[in-house]
Design a protein around this ligand. Structure first.
Ligand code: C5P
Length: 221
């Protein structure tokens, strides 16, 4: 009998899109379904970890045995992640955080007006980069969706955000977003591996095993 790989570990996962308000009835979002993040959270729980999943708006149920906290905006996701960071051993960022938010959401519904309407957008904080730069940082894993030069772009993110690992999917063929199947290439400083196309549920289990391997190596266990 082998003890579950992540027994006694705390894992924090982000998932889903974020929803950035334009006015009280409108928002900007993206096509992320949250399926990969929910599958990763479920797989980490199956591996014995205590898992907190911070999710943007999704239609999925919370995975069994996972504490799920629902948020809407990137700012709320950041706040919730930071509040749960102390004691986390591993952080896995699968959320498709909106890169920008509306600078000043209107307090009242915006009325139909001229033929064009300008919205000023401002950059959202990079939650993953902030976590990876924090003191006593957890083992930090990012995701990247790329349409070209997958390894080059993924490795650049690994470096720039100071991650321990990055999982990249090729979205050029429509694969990855809002679908059930996915394939990943996983990179770390001195290695990489490929996880072939399969359901997000089994893919997430394979990914969590790779993360557990590298986490144990990094911690010298
Ligand atoms: O730079 P890019 O957005 O491609 O990086 C994607 C990775 O960074 C994902 O792991 C995503 O969850 C994370 N991210 C984040 N906060 C942002 C943007 C991206 O945590 N504002």
């Amino acid at each position: 009998f082998e003890a579950p790989r992540l027994a006694g570990r705390r894992v924090l996962v982000t998932a889903g899109p974020t929803r950035e308000p334009v006015d009280p009835v409108r928002y900007i979002t993206n096509r992320s379904s949250g399926r990969m993040g929910h599958a990763v959270a479920a797989a980490a729980a199956l591996a014995g970890a205590r898992v907190t999943l911070v999710s943007g708006p999704v239609t999925l149920e919370a995975p069994a045995g996972v504490e799920r906290l629902m948020v809407e905006t990137a700012a709320q996701m950041q706040e919730t992640v930071m509040a749960h960071l102390p004691g986390a051993d591993i952080f896995i960022a699968t959320a498709a955080v909106a890169d920008y938010r509306v600078a000043q959401p209107a307090q009242q519904k915006i009325k139909k007006q001229g033929d064009t309407l300008d919205l000023q957008l401002v950059k959202n904080p990079d939650i993953l980069a902030l976590v990876a730069a924090s003191g006593d940082r957890p083992f930090s894993v990012g995701f990247a969706a790329e349409t070209d030069s997958l390894e080059e772009h993924a490795r650049a993110k690994l470096e720039n955000k100071r991650l321990d690992m990055i999982a990249a999917n090729d979205v050029s063929g429509g694969q990855g977003f809002d679908v059930d199947d996915n394939a990943l290439r996983v990179f770390w400083r001195d290695g990489d591996c490929s996880l072939p196309r399969q359901s997000k549920v089994t893919l997430a289990r394979a990914l969590v095993q790779v993360i557990a391997d590298r986490f144990q190596m990094a911690r010298g266990q």
